[in-house]
Design a protein around this ligand. Sequence first.
Ligand code: ATP
Ligand code: MG
Length: 441
Amino acid sequence: MSELSVEKKVSGKIEKLTGVKGMNDVLPPQSAGVEWLEAKVRALMSRFAYRNIRTPIVERTPLFIRGLGEVTDIVEKEMYSFRDSLNDDPLTLRPECTAGVVRAAIEHSMLYDGGKRLYYIGPMFRHERPQRGRYRQFDQIGAEALGFSGPEVDAELILLAVALWKELGLNDVRLELNTLGQPEERLLHRKALITYFEAHAELLDEDAKRRLYTNPLRILDTKNPAMREMVEAAPRTLDYLGEASLAHFNALKSILEANGVAFTVNPRLVRGMDYYNLSVFEFTTDRLGSQGTVCAGGRYDYLFEQLGGKPAPAVGWALGVDRVLELLKEQNLVADPVSLDAYAIVPEAQALPVALRTLQTLRELGVSIQMHTSTAEGMGSIKSQFKRADSSGARFALIFGAEELTNNQLAVKSLRDGDGQQITQSLADIAAWAVTLQSKN
Ligand code: ATP
Ligand code: MG
């Protein structure tokens, strides 16, 4: 403690520190929900042969400017950027992970022997206005298939997300699909859009006017109700697609249909980042108010080149962990945290060394145990220790009484069964009875 803080402590004036707005603490028992979701995701990813990639939270700023595009919400106003205080490098807390994954794939020549299926889980940072389902630090889970051009991989990724909803028990997540075509088709569509929007200039809001010549596609996903009708009638990408792009879209649709995956084609679905081409998609729900998109993605066949790598096709999605957890909570679908097997009652402090040694062995054998701890007043009465044991939710109490310990034994009492049966076990053959303490799940 510095002298200043000692002084403040004596005068009772140490200021309370708080976290950063929009960046939340996840406390138990809510944290168990996050762990539960992550465990489900990891198991599912491995069944789909996707392997974990972990890229740094900080990247060089130009990665995002070049990767996501200059005229995007993220690059224009949402990035946490700063200068490295040692060498003045422009750095940014990652607002998303696709650019970092592609950078890593290029840097480590990951595609030298063929495509790679990857997934990540981790925090992203965006300077947005915090509200329900929208935070400044938030977790995303993402899946990226790098080096594959076929529509079956777009389908695989969508089926991966569908499998996840099923695994989690979520059944009112809807899929919306669109295709953006290839760059030359986008160019034709872009021209048609500019002409159309110019003809309706009086209806454009400030945002739309600013984007008219830089990123007219983004005007399509305006949330402004006054522009809704005009935007609904705007030229659609679908009408500018060549044969190959149409075939890609149709192949994707027929795989989804063959799998019974319901979807709607939404011609105004364009996505926030510039890097997308061909398929784009979003999974949405009505249950989360205006933050209803839980998972979104698409194909980004030109991002490798854009970041200085050898051209390689790719497709992926990212899911908002907070929104999915909110949905699970709303539908009471989050599993209970793992329950305790045992609570250790230690009547006298002299028994602590033997007690801790025994607990260590039991834990090695797979038993989960919470130990009773002393306060300034000592270990507390047996009665108060039993109260704690009951409220801990443990199924058994282990009692390290002086008398039992002299015989190298302890008492095991059932806290759940009506009769509260108590038996004596020998410390010598601990492995034989440790299994009886463990819950079956
Ligand atoms: P939105 O239109 O809601 O701003 P986005 O297009 O910016 O979404 P993406 O960059 O595609 O979102 O991110 C994928 C997912 O990550 C979103 O669908 C959402 O579930 C989640 N997400 C995005 N931004 C946030 C945020 N600030 N807080 C919590 N989750 C977020
Ligand atoms: Mg956004």
